[in-house]
Ligand binder design. Structure first.
Ligand code: DCP
Ligand code: MG
Length: 470
């Protein structure tokens, strides 16, 4: 295996801090899309206006390129105000002493949402390919759970003698790979934050824009957040920021050191949530947007080849998944397993049934059958999944509470937001005390014809061969 494990982390025992979450946020997205089809705008101050029409002063700034931001132009500013800070380039005339200096002028373009959505589709295709689970938040923003694709281990040739923040990790290499693929395949620049949880990844993606890549390894989360103003903590808006300031809380470090009861008095449950976030504690799982295509559970275990351990784990996972499917009145036509061999070889196998069923015994027997292929193999994670779901018989009213669904938007960003209604995580544990976590993502590619077993082998180099499991 390449490199050592970072100090303070353990690859197998602590499922929580082991997670690798990316937050991807495109840089001045609408402006970057315009540059994609008009490369002559590269490096120019560029303003894209909502409700703006060529030559007019109506509308508001949707986004401004970073060059335009240097003139003070900001999102949501009226175009008329932006024009005062940054005159239109078209009005620049070197022969007219009253005309704006071309070097101090910018381009203004109207929003073309259809085109931006097309570009966003290309970005999304890359992200889907690169993630175990993808949660799209908006046209230019997404969370990726990439825990099974990479790790916090030091990259080959890195010395663990350096501090954790200085050690280049496999996760960093993988993030760079994702960033480069976006740039190459969609043609627009992204900033990426890498952290063991969602809220820190979000802060990290914003910390070095544009073209940023900020990696916050486990153990570095609190020191990374501490000096930041509270407004940078996810979920702190202007009102909360003022309330906190009145309490003498200016930075995330102040917030992390505050008395959580006091915060709860002032802000209710949100106070406690923000306190946890400032301390880098955020155990929300990355769940996909939209209705689930599958239901799954997976469990980390110390790498083991012990057949009974493996079978026991798969039995527990199968029972859990079948119970959840039954609770939701949902039938399934495919039963699958996942077996992750150390270090990063993700194997999935699935079998299709002749018709949709609700049959816990069958989930167990098919899952165990599929596991037989891994006889004698060491595994560090096992998962069971049912897919090809059929909700026809179910009460649609219950779907809103689906743990893998939950509507669109990034409700999870606001403590107490809609997303907080997700199902409490199963308290069931495997032999290592590892928490059972959802393993919910897209359908495996390829036909899974009746009775066929689907195969999907990944390479084991931490840069999984992409494109086969989402
Ligand atoms: N947007 C908008 N109106 C706003 C804010 C944003 O129309 N008030 C649109 C234009 C942005 C896109 O949404 O390009 C993404 O929003 P972001 O907040 O991510 O801003 P940008 O991607 O433009 O810039 P950044 O580099 O800061 O992410
Ligand atoms: Mg953006």
């Amino acid at each position: 295996m390449a490199g050592g494990t970072l100090p303070g982390t353990d690859a197998d025992d602590d499922a929580e801090s082991d997670r690798v979450v990316f937050h991807v946020d495109m840089d001045c997205f609408y402006a970057s899309c315009e540059r994609l089809r008009r490369p002559e705008l590269d490096g120019e101050p560029l303003v894209v206006g909502m409700g703006y029409e060529a030559g007019e002063t109506i509308g508001a700034v949707a986004t401004a390129s970073y060059e335009a931001r240097a003139f003070g132009v900001e999102s949501a500013m009226p175009i008329s105000e932006a024009l005062e800070l940054l005159p239109r380039r078209a009005n620049a005339d070197p022969d007219d002493p009253d005309a704006p200096d071309p070097g101090e002028a910018g381009r203004y373009l109207p929003v073309d949402l259809d085109f931006y959505k097309e570009v966003a589709g290309d970005v999304k295709a890359v992200l889907r390919d690169c993630a175990d689970v993808l949660r799209e938040v908006s046209v230019d923003e997404a969370y990726l759970d990439v825990t099974d694709r990479t790790a916090w281990d030091a990259a080959a040739g890195e010395s663990a003698a350096a501090g954790p923040a200085e050690v280049r990790t496999l996760a960093e290499g993988y993030a760079r790979h994702v960033k480069e693929r976006i740039e190459r395949e969609a043609g627009v620049p992204a900033s990426v934050g890498v952290a063991p949880n969602m809220s820190t990844a979000k802060v990290a993606s914003d910390a070095d824009k544009p073209d940023g890549l900020v990696v916050v390894p486990p153990g570095e989360v609190e020191p990374f957040l501490a000096p930041l103003p509270t407004a940078d903590i996810h979920g702190v808006g202007p009102v909360t920021e003022r309330t906190l300031a009145e309490l003498g809380i200016e930075t995330a470090g102040d917030l992390a050191a505050a008395d959580p009861d006091r915060l709860a008095d002032e802000l209710g449950d949100r106070g406690r949530e923000l306190y946890r976030r400032a301390r880098g504690e955020d155990d929300r799982e990355v769940t996909p947007t939209g209705l689930p295509k599958s239901l799954s559970r997976e469990s980390s275990l110390s790498a083991t080849a012990d057949e009974e351990r493996k079978r026991e784990t798969v039995r527990a996972l199968a029972a859990d998944v079948a119970r959840r499917a039954r609770e939701r009145g949902c039938l399934y036509r495919t039963i699958g397993i996942k077996a992750v061999e150390p270090p990063y070889e993700v194997n999935t196998r699935a079998r299709s049934l002749p018709g949709p069923v609700d049959d816990p015994d069958l989930v167990e027997s098919v899952a165990l059958d599929l596991l037989d292929e891994f006889d004698g193999d060491r595994v560090r994670k096992l998962g069971v999944r049912v897919s090809k779901l059929d909700f026809a018989e179910s009460d649609q009213a219950t779907l809103g509470g689906f743990d893998a669904g939950g509507g669109s938007g990034d409700a999870g960003d606001e403590p107490g937001g809609r997303d907080r209604g997700t199902e409490p995580r199963s308290a069931a544990t495997d032999g290592d005390g590892g928490k059972l976590t959802d393993w919910v993502d897209g359908e495996p590619d390829g036909a899974d014809a009746d009775g066929e077993t689907e195969t999907d082998r990944r390479t084991g180099d931490g840069q999984a061969s992409l494109g086969d499991w989402s």
